[in-house]
Each structure stands twice: as C-alpha cells, then as structure tokens.
Design a protein around this ligand. Sequence first.
Ligand SMILES: [Fe+2]
Length: 302
Amino acid sequence: MGKLALAAKITHVPSMYLSELDGPQKGTRQSAIDGHIEIGRRCRELGVDTIVVFDTHWLVNASYHINCAPHFKGLYTSNELPHFISNMAYEYPGNPALGQLLGKVCNEHGVETLAHDATTLPMEYGTLVPMRYMNADQHFKVISVSALCMVHYLADSARLGWAMRQAIEQQYDGTVAFFASGSLSHRFAQNGQAPQYANKMWSPFLEQLDHHVVGIWQRGEWATFCEMLPEYAAKGHGEGFMHDTAMLLGALGWHHYNGQAEVVTPFFPSSGTGQINAVFPVTPMPAELNDIGGARGAAGRL
Ligand SMILES: [Fe+2]
C-alpha cells in the first residue's frame, strides 16, 4: 500500500520570515530556509503527495487532534510573536480522507484522536512557516497534528506516530512525509533581553545539551535518546514538551529505530532556543513493533 517516504525534525522559527524582510534579521536565516527548500525538493523527488506536520504550536488540553480541512487559506498573524509574523499570506490544499484514516487507526491503537475536516480551525505557524518554503506552489497536501500536548504522555505520542505509519503503509494509497516541527531546547530569552539573544542560546548548559543530543541522533543511539527524552523535554524546556519528537520516533520504531540522522541545516540558536533541520532516514519497521502490544511495550517506559 502506501509509503512513509521521508521523516524529519524541522525548525519553524519566525525569524525565517523576518530573514526575508528588510531589517536587522535580513538574510540571517538563509541556511534554515535553504534546508526547508532542500527537504521539500527531496519530498518531490520521492513522490510525496501529503505532508503531515506534528505542530508544537497547536495547544491541546484533551485528546490528540488532526486538522484535515479540505483547504487552507488566509492571512496569519502570530498571537505569541505578532511583531515577528504579521499578515503572512498562505494557501495550501488539505487531505480530509487521509486525516480521517490517520484518526481512525490511532483510535484503533488506543490513542484517542479526533480528525476535523468540516472545521474553521486555522493552521499554526509550526506548519505555516515550513510550508512557506517547501510548498509555495501548493504541490503538497498538508495535514496538521496537535503537538503542544499539555497533559499527555510521551508514550501515547510515540504510539500515535507508530499508528499513523501503520495507517499509511497498510491502508493509504499514496506517499507521505512526517515532520516534527519543533526545536531542540526551547528556553526563550528573558523579556527585555530578546535582541541580545536573537542569535544566541539562553545558556551554555542548554547549548551543550543540544549539541550532545544532535551527536546522539547522528550516531543513531536511539535507546539512549528515548530513555532520556522525558528528562530532556523537562530540563530543556522542550517545545510542545517534545511531543513532536516522540511522534516522529514512534513512527520510526522508537528505540528499535536504526537510522542515523542527517543534518541538513546545522544547529543554530534563535531567540535563546536551539534549532535544526535534520532528516531521519525511514528504515523498515522493526519486526518487534509489528503488533500493537509491541509498540505499547516499546514506548511503555515513558
Ligand atoms: Fe516554535
């Protein structure tokens, strides 16, 4: 049946948008923009029809949610950083059928998930910023998944990712990419100090921690990373509590995953936070995970 063709952890910093505009940030995020363009190019080459974004800017207080409206169009202003992203135009096609399928299979695997197609839910900028650089021509359909999960277990997010991959491989007639749209550590600069930290980490501890984690990803030490993820999310002020990362790794096989991350845009600091674009090669699903119980066991430690 279908295929998960590409998986990546991606940045979505608003300074990418500022980087386009005249001003002090002009050109400063070109490397991140180029990374998005490259990932979009690879998706085209692989025949991806739909991009599913685990969006750490979509806050939810109960259940998991999928925004699978048939079409998205509007002018977006960030309520969190309105001086960074204001009146950004967007238009992308959606994929209601795939969104409903993903929701159905997540529920079958014990993860309560609601798919919304007849909805006025807007997209958040965790989805809109990457799509601006990867999908300006509306080549890909887009689905957004809530990943700022306030009261959720990381294990459930890992199972959601795993269930979504099963849905695609077993029941979808098409090719899909999964993006975990969120940062590494995510401690913004204290109010009043933002300009000094525009291109700097908030603390040496967080900078060292992030560099260490990137090394773990590049060496493919997933058992180590999965075990440290809950503490990394807490001590690293994880964006969306790093549920995007749990979803992505769940889709890849959790601690059984045997790929090595490829850094497309090297680590960079932004407003105190740690950012990266990295492709996680999709490897065959480990045999240990080819049943629901296996997945539950694998993620059960969180
Ligand atoms: Fe963000």
